[in-house]
Design a protein around this ligand. Structure first.
Ligand SMILES: Cc1cc2nc3c(=O)[nH]c(=O)nc-3n(C[C@H](O)[C@H](O)[C@H](O)COP(=O)(O)OP(=O)(O)OC[C@H]3O[C@@H](n4cnc5c(N)ncnc54)[C@H](O)[C@@H]3O)c2cc1C
Length: 395
């Protein structure tokens, strides 16, 4: 592994979406990631992720994941372009490092956006320092894409909410210090009857019902709430506003999923270029064949198109725009493109491409879930179409 990758030489940093601080950020992070996190995988995924959160916190990178100068953040509002560049860079080097960074942001995002001063002071500095691990608990066994169908319920009992039900596919489940949990409180039917609460991991009545193994392992669990009492003071935002809290948090981080996909795709393209120019067959290199050149051209063009959509969305959000459509376009395009680019890289590696531990084999496993979580591709298509039709109707 070299000290720096193509990222720090990446011409895309000269695009007008970025400012000098963004270029400096990548110039510093890229060699750091090559040294500190590349191939950080080991047998114990929990321990690896705890170590990565600590390292990212100690060296200041998690300060980008939270908002608020007085609570450990680098800025008062999240710098979306910085978050995206960090995810792209970390994903280029190591999927778990990207995961650890992203979950600190997603898991604490609702606190950054909607927390009271007291809630922000209690959680955000520890998240930014890598001393507390965050998680975001929205999905349920019967409510994934259809979030508003959630059933995990909370009833008020004096100064507490009492939670009963379950959440599943919860990243960092089992190692998190706290969970931002979305529960049905019933102020109104559907999406208007949901409330967001911060639940500390050691709260009686919250248990890890099941750990879930996936193709690219990371801490993942099903949570069970059984008469779990959470002080009303742990509520984020107003009762019944939880759906809004969840969607606003996802709006920031959905664009960053596209950036992570971009990091995986860029790495696959670099691996493919190295392989194609060195592998000899039929008296020449693989790269000498026009069939290979056509594939490389498609891969590189897809990567640039995904990058343009990703950083357009991030730049627009940093400018204060509503980016529902643009974030969906970026997430859909970058994740689907990355899957195709990585598959093409595996193909160029031949048999070596499917050997466990080979970089392209790891990327092939890493990319798959990104087309499903934080809104599957089909959900992004519906969001884009809804926005288009709304605009057409309003015209
Ligand atoms: C690795 C991983 C990590 C995750 N981490 C978290 C987390 O930290 N917190 C959290 O709350 N959740 C998390 N999730 C859950 C994730 O957000 C859900 O898996 C996702 O929203 C899809 O829900 P589902 O699995 O129930 O699939 P379903 O809702 O059953 O959807 C199945 C498939 O149906 C298709 N589909 C969906 N809607 C439509 C439609 N309208 N029309 C046509 N086709 C459609 C899509 O292809 C979709 O993949 C994670 C998931 C994974 C895999």
């Amino acid at each position: 592994m070299s000290e720096t990758s193509n990222l720090s030489r990446g011409q895309h940093l000269a695009w007008p979406f970025f400012e000098l601080r963004h270029q400096e950020l990548v110039a510093e992070l890229d060699p750091w990631a090559a040294r500190r996190v590349a191939h950080a995988h080991g047998g114990d995924t929990d321990a690896t992720c705890r170590g990565l959160v600590r390292a990212l916190g100690e060296d200041g990178w998690l300060r980008y994941a939270v908002a608020g100068l007085e609570h450990g953040g680098l800025t008062d509002t999240i710098d979306t372009r910085a978050v995206c560049l960090i995810r792209e860079t970390l994903a280029y080097h190591d999927g778990l490092a990207d995961f650890s960074f992203a979950m600190q942001g997603l898991g604490s995002g609702a606190i950054s956006l909607f927390g009271t001063g007291e809630q922000r002071a209690r959680y955000l500095p520890r998240v930014a320092a890598g001393q507390a691990i965050a998680a975001f608990a929205l999905s349920e066994p019967e409510a994934g894409s259809d979030v508003a169908a959630m059933a995990c319920a909370a009833t008020e009992d004096g100064s507490h909410y009492v939670l009963n039900g379950s959440k599943t596919w919860i990243s960092n489940g089992g190692i998190a210090d706290f969970y931002v949990v979305f529960v049905r409180t019933g102020e109104a039917p559907g999406a208007r009857g949901i409330t967001a609460l911060v639940v500390d991991a050691d709260t009686p009545g919250l248990e890890i019902a099941e750990r879930i193994d996936v193709i690219a392992p990371h801490p993942l669990a099903r949570l069970r709430f059984d008469g779990c009492r959470v002080p009303v003071s742990q509520r984020l935002g107003e009762p019944g506003q939880g759906f809004k809290v969840a969607m606003a948090t996802l709006d920031v981080f959905r664009t960053s999923v596209a950036a992570a996909a971009l990091g995986f795709a860029r790495r696959a393209l670099d691996e493919a270029l190295a392989r194609a120019t060195s592998r000899r067959m039929f008296g020449q290199t693989l790269a000498d064949f026009q069939l290979t050149q056509a594939k490389l051209a498609e891969m590189a063009t897809g990567v640039d198109a995904a990058a343009l959509l990703t950083y357009r969305a991030a730049w627009m959000r940093d400018g204060g725009a509503r980016i529902t459509k643009e974030a969906a376009m970026a997430k859909m395009t970058a994740t689907e493109t990355a899957q195709r680019v990585i598959d093409a890289a595996v193909q160029m590696f031949g048999g070596q491409g499917v050997v466990s531990g080979e970089t392209v084999e790891r990327l092939y496993r890493e990319i798959r879930a990104l087309r499903i979580y934080e809104g599957a591709t089909e959900v992004q298509q519906l969001i884009i179409a809804r926005e288009l039709l709304r605009a057409a109707g309003a015209a």
